[in-house]
Design a protein around this ligand. Structure first.
Ligand code: ZN
Length: 330
């Protein structure tokens, strides 16, 4: 009764407010791999799905099965019910049934080694990437010698398990077997083409970046183009989160960044976005700080990187340092 009375009170209080737009569910992201090199077993990989929908894709696949195992141990897949008779663990079921495809930002091993290693026991599904990325993957990995060719492209014999799909810059493409689309934007990563993926579901959007340098360091406008492309969505509060790399702390000199970001450079880039979308427009937006490099020294840089980001956070964004196995909702 008490709850009913409270609900009635809230309904009365809410009455004068104009009807909100249809509620959007947002995204459900499981961190399969949180770091950049060199820690094998915890390399860039994010399982992205609409909330309430099991069908997703991963943004990069540096770590796959190990990330699923850690996530399972942390309870991230508690709601997964493996149908009787499947003969699969939850990890196996999520890998083979719920992960419907892979978005690969660039061909560096720490972004796709988990996919290569899992390929013998994986289910058929597409690999989505820019043409240059797919070409390098075919040339370097999925061919006899380093591995078998599990794709439908490149060196014979082709096993054909993974359909390789070339994405066109700026063009939305449906992600087969999911309710999402992806639009890729090329990035500059120290001489290699990398990719930012704009993932959309209904009115919801999120950005998932592969490795990237800052425009000022890369002497280009690749990030500026991404910001311009999403500005309208930011103004409309449709961009729910950004997953973007910060590989090093601010004490790393620009000529040693090799196509990566530091807190200083990320803050400058986010200010470029804010300049397009209006003062305060990024307030509260989750910025997932990916690809922090594991250090062999006696301290890890996470705390330093977070404090450097916070020190310059006049934007009011919400920096999140992800941990492997964590389930995030935006
Ligand atoms: Zn890279």
């Amino acid at each position: 009764m008490r709850a009913l009375a409270l609900a009635g009170l809230l309904a009365t209080a809410a009455a004068p407010v104009p009807a909100p737009m249809a509620a959007t569910p947002g995204f459900d992201v499981v961190v399969l791999g949180a770091r950049g090199g060199i820690e094998d077993g915890n390399l860039s990989s994010y399982l992205v799905r609409p909330q309430g929908d099991a069908r997703g894709v991963t943004c990069d696949a540096g770590t796959l099965v190990q990330g699923l195992r850690v996530a399972e141990a942390k309870g991230a897949f508690e709601d997964v019910r493996v149908p009787a008779g499947e003969g699969l663990s939850r990890v196996g079921y999520v890998l083979k049934h719920d992960i419907k495809g892979y978005l690969i930002s660039h061909p560096h091993l720490d972004h796709l080694s988990g996919l290569i290693i899992a390929s013998p026991d994986d289910s058929p599904k597409p690999i989505y990437a820019l043409a240059s990325v797919n070409a390098e993957i075919a040339r370097s990995y999925f061919r006899p010698g380093p591995w078998s060719n599990f794709t439908d492209r490149g060196a014979e014999p082709r096993l054909g398990k993974y359909h390789v799909e070339d994405l066109k810059p700026g063009m939305p493409t449906p992600l087969a077997g999911t309710a999402m689309t992806v639009t890729p934007f090329p990035l500059a990563h120290g001489g290699m083409e990398s990719t930012a993926f704009l993932i959309e579901h209904g009115a919801d959007a999120m950005l998932c970046f592969g490795d990237t340098g800052a425009d000022a360091v890369e002497h280009g406008d690749k990030l500026a183009r991404v910001w311009a492309a999403v500005a309208e969505r930011v103004r409309a509060k449709r961009l729910k989160a950004i997953v973007i790399e910060v590989s090093f702390a601010n004490d790393r000199p620009d000529d040693k960044l090799f196509g990566h970001l530091t807190p200083r450079h990320l803050l400058a880039e986010l200010r470029t976005l804010e300049a397009l979308t209006g003062k305060g427009s990024l307030r509260g937006m989750p910025i997932v700080v990916a690809h922090i490099k594991y250090a062999l020294g006696d301290t890890q840089p996470q705390r330093q990187i977070l404090s450097e980001l916070q020190a310059g956070n006049d934007l009011g964004v919400r920096f999140v340092i992800p941990e492997q196995g964590q389930r995030l909702r935006f």
